[in-house]
Design a protein around this ligand. Structure first.
Ligand SMILES: Cc1ncc(COP(=O)(O)O)c(C=O)c1O
Length: 404
């Protein structure tokens, strides 16, 4: 590379020569990467999808029943949730206008944070723009160089991203393996170093639940803090309050979750003690340096929490549908609304998804790096609005793939 390129002292655009060479090189680099992904059946494309309601979608001119949405309660299309979002736009406008710490802290945030804290039995809450932003903001607020972060190996990508950003030493423990966690905590001897243990409550691609009581005991024994990402538990498990409700003895320091799954909208939150939340609001870079959620998202989330509180039948339904499916296929009983059908090779997952789509089902294939190498799968997500008859038909359609 020339000195001019290394120093960045070059011009882009017609006649510059150098700029064009850089653009060509970048394009070639991108194309080579794409070719490599295509050769391994790992290329991905965005497919325009019109979600007609909680379960039906229109894609490529066809109507399909989706078993791929995280809208577990169908609240993205609930009339009360939509009406609340529309009303908020009328009152507060379409956007927050700035970071929450500048002028973006519209009054709806206070109401939503109060509701979330009460639901989690916590002193306070902080709402973020998304789950990804929450995890990449929260972890570096409490862990830094010299500290330790222990993460379940199958935890969501944004927990890993947050841990890496923190500069702390990051250690994986085997999935849901409390003995491995205990051994790693003991070996690392946190001592004066802060240690944070982070796990999903419900694992997004596996649908299983973390043993939060045992994890919390071990974390406490080693003076480590525990953070749980309950993106897929809120609104589905524990009567809607989330996975922690299944483990009343667990001590969880940071209850994180999203507003983009069962709550049906967008955004995320963390609940904790008041000083912990105050520090997050002062120091989490993904809160400080980014625009607040639009009022419509916050109002929609409040209305969705109302539905969750008022309709226990709806809340119980995704797990019941998932269990109907696992029973029909003699699979281990579903623990959440998510059921994986692990097929191994990426090609197998693509072929199964295409075959199901031909039969009118939308079941997204999930491939590495979202899941570990050799564990490509169909990820089947159940919602309150799936008719039992459709669940049974899907089980019938999936059965031949299990046999393979
Ligand atoms: C466990 C988990 N945490 C965090 C996220 C990120 O949330 P968001 O989509 O709001 O960024 C997701 C999925 O999107 C998730 O499955």
């Amino acid at each position: 590379m020339s000195g001019a390129l290394r120093s960045g002292a070059f011009r882009f655009g017609p006649g510059s020569g150098i700029g064009l060479a850089v653009i060509d090189s970048l394009t070639a680099h991108a194309q080579a990467k794409i070719d490599g992904l295509q050769a391994k059946s790992l290329a991905r494309t965005l497919k325009p999808t019109h979600r007609l309601d909680g379960v039906w979608v229109e894609r490529g001119g066809r109507r399909l029943i989706s078993f791929s949405c995280n809208d577990y309660l169908g609240l993205s299309h609930h009339p009360a949730v939509k009406a609340a979002a529309v009303a908020a736009i009328g009152i507060y406008g379409a956007g927050a206008g700035a970071s929450r710490l500048v002028t973006g802290d519209h009054p709806l945030f206070r109401e939503l944070e109060g509701r979330l804290a009460a639901l989690k039995g916590a002193e306070a809450a902080c709402v973020f723009g998304s789950g990804y932003l929450a995890n990449t903001g929260i972890i570096p607020t409490f862990a830094g160089p010299g500290d330790l972060v222990f993460i379940d190996e199958l935890a969501h990508s944004c927990i890993w991203a947050g841990a890496k950003l923190s500069g702390a030493e990051v250690l994986a423990f085997r999935h849901n393996d409390v003995e491995d966690l205990a051994a790693k905590l003991a070996a690392a001897r946190p001592g004066a170093r802060h240690a944070l243990v982070a796990t999903d409550g419900v694992f997004s691609m596996d649908g299983d639940v973390a043993p939060l009581d045992a994890i919390s005991r071990i974390a406490m024994a080693h003076d480590a803090w525990l953070m749980v990402d309950d993106a897929h538990g809120l609104g589905v498990l524990g009567g809607g309050a989330g996975t922690a409700r299944l483990f009343p003895d667990a001590r969880i320091d940071l209850h994180m979750g999203t507003l983009s799954k069962a709550v049906g909208g967008y955004g995320a939150y963390v609940c904790a003690t008041r000083p912990v939340i105050e520090l997050i609001k002062m120091r989490a870079r993904t809160l400080v340096y980014t625009t607040g959620l639009p009022p419509a998202c916050v109002a929609g989330a409040i209305a969705a929490l109302d539905v969750i509180a008022a309709e226990p039948q709806r809340v119980a339904s995704p797990l019941a549908k998932a269990r109907r499916f696992t029973a029909a296929l003699d699979l281990p009983e579903a623990q959440s609304a998510v059921v994986p059908i692990i097929l191994g090779a990426a090609e197998a997952a693509l072929a199964a998804a295409a075959a199901l789509e031909a039969q009118g089902f939308l079941v997204a294939p999930i491939r590495p790096p979202t899941v570990p190498e050799g564990t490509a799968r169909l990820r089947v997500a159940f919602t309150a609005d799936h008719p039992d008859e459709a669940v049974d038909r899907l089980a019938w359609a999936v059965r031949p793939w299990l046999a393979r």
